[in-house]
Design a protein around this ligand. Sequence first.
Ligand code: PGA
Ligand code: ZN
Length: 437
Amino acid sequence: MSTIARVRGRRVWDSRARPTVEAEIVLDTGAIGRAIAPAGASTGSGEAVDLRDGGTRLGGHDVTHAVHHVTTEIDAALRGMDIRDQAAIDRRLIELDGTPQKSRLGGNALTAVSMAALHAAAAAARVPLYVHLARGRKLRIPLPEIQILGGGAHADRRVDIQDFLVTCPSASSFAEAMERTGEVYLAAGRLMRERGHAYGIADEGGWWPAFDTNEEALDLLMRAIESAGYTPGQEVHIALDIAASEFGRDGRYKLGLEGRELDRDGMAELLMGWIERYPILSVEDPFAEDDPDGFCRFTAAVGGRVQVIGDDFLVTNAARIAKAAASRLANCVLIKPNQAGTITETLAALEAARTAGFAAIVSARSGETEDTTIVDLAVGWNAGQIKVGSIARGERTAKWNALIRLEETLAGEATFAGWSALPGSPAPAGAPESQAT
Ligand code: PGA
Ligand code: ZN
């Protein structure tokens, strides 16, 4: 048995030049586990709290308190614990924090420590993390959803919609899905340059959205797919993250770019019109987190042919997902470890999604680092899908390239999820059971 000898916190930096928390766990054997917490910009109000110092230094984003909590209280509480018992470690973190949304010690502190514990356990077992998590289950390489154009809170609200993405379930491998996406990304850049609209990239690496309407972005995406030599709806499909909580409240949706406000029905009409006209396979957060009615009606109308994803509303929370399942509010859930705050709660959310018959997408945040823990979670837990932002920027390619390597390593053992990852397909063999480790 290996036990925790020491937990250390460290301030490191994320892709938005903001500080974030790294945790390092050293075991009595000398084995080490290390992980970094990511950070969202379009966060749900029910998420674990990302503890920031406030004040003026570094725009108020510093994390000295969260880092201090890791090195003092958390270190003292976890010393001597069995590294194999992730559930007990996470329980102790939750009890030590003592608040409903981890606001005392910080969701960022807890996320980093919980993920570091997982890495330390894999190091102690001398296996890659995804193997440690899979426990002999059959694995799939996840289907990626990849951003081509950024927007919303990740691009100064230059367009209202947050993510214009592509997904390639008809690809025969992950590597092929990446190649198609790369072609579309480069074609989109070419087309934007031709229009004199190549202004760089947004927070997650997608092209900066210089458009006069949201629909113009969709049209450009269609032309990029065609110009890359693909047929939209065959080799390449479209996915959207509306992130409607960012511009919707009390059933009213303010499209700032187009200077108009829609009610719930108007919003549904707009999105259903897009689904009719464009090969859209997946829509995330089509309504705001305070609008479950909008979600339910939308899922009833299109859930049979489109993946309807809950992110801000479901916040990787098992109880919320179970409730959403009972009211058929969505058919897919985003799984973000730092929304939950611990690995055990993240796995519980994924299990709740399985029980509900929902599909699941393990997801990065808009503020990311070179940390690739979510790749191991997606593969080891057989989540089926993964979303990491665009195909540009190092904090994104760190994850994609890790998956390229894994697909190669697992050739013959793991298949590419493709269509099987989408809602309505039979439950994958080897869904996770009840323990993180
Ligand atoms: P966030 O964006 O990390 O800023 O929340 C990602 C998403 O909404 O999916
Ligand atoms: Zn989202």
